[in-house]
Design a protein around this ligand. Structure first.
Ligand code: GAR
Length: 195
């Protein structure tokens, strides 16, 4: 089975969805490390309970962005991870990092990309009067939320939706979509193609 590292910054619910999916015997990968940029990330505690090695690398412990990223690279290599999943990892990775893991680095984003890259996607989808919203799993490129899509899931935007109610509807789909999209990458069914 392929080895997967997951990078998180907070709650870690998508990471846990990956952990749970990978517990199924037919899943083509296992989660071997959970790495965070925040020691207080709630996901680290969940990972520990699930028996998965978690480590935090706070930005303030490193002099430069390059040194900070080098700590993640060292941990990913130490875990012998084949694939790196970003799951609510709220830090823009350098072109160097992205290039190193090209085709092996994927992210989940809570919008139907290319719509609404960046933050507050749910509030922006409501404000724009969208009738549909959703989430995207994509290969990561140096440009934020812009790499080739692997899979998308759609939900309706309902009258009276708030950013929170819409976020909850999307999150349910994220938890379903991310494991499924990761499995296609692990099986070699989704590949990064340069333009
Ligand atoms: C998720 O909704 C994820 O799509 C989003 O942050 C949330 C993390 O939740 N990611 C981004 O906005 C990345 N640009 P989680 O920590 O419970 O998985």
């Amino acid at each position: 089975r392929k080895r997967v590292a997951v990078l998180i910054s907070g709650r870690g619910s998508n990471m846990m969805a990956l952990v749970e999916a990978a517990r199924q015997p037919d899943f083509p990968g296992e989660i071997v490390a959970v790495l965070a940029d925040k020691p207080e990330a709630a996901g680290l505690a969940f990972a520990a309970e699930a028996g998965i090695e978690g480590r935090a690398f706070p930005r303030r412990d490193y002099g430069s962005k390059a040194e900070h990223e080098a700590a993640f690279v060292a941990a990913i290599e130490a875990a012998r991870a084949d694939i790196v999943c970003l799951a609510g990892f709220m830090r823009l990775l350098s072109a160097d990092f992205v290039e190193r893991y090209r085709g092996r680095l994927i992210n989940i984003h809570p919008s139907l990309l290319p719509k609404f890259p960046g933050l507050d996607t749910h509030g922006r989808a409501i404000a724009a009067g969208e009738s549909e919203h959703g989430c995207t799993v994509h290969f990561v490129t140096a440009e934020m939320d812009a790499g080739p899509a692997i899979a998308q899931a759609r939900v309706p935007v309902l009258p009276g939706d708030t950013p929170d109610s819409l976020a909850a509807r999307v999150l349910k789909e994220e938890h379903r979509l991310y494991p499924q999209a990761l499995a296609t990458v692990l099986r070699g069914e989704a590949r990064f193609e340069s333009a």
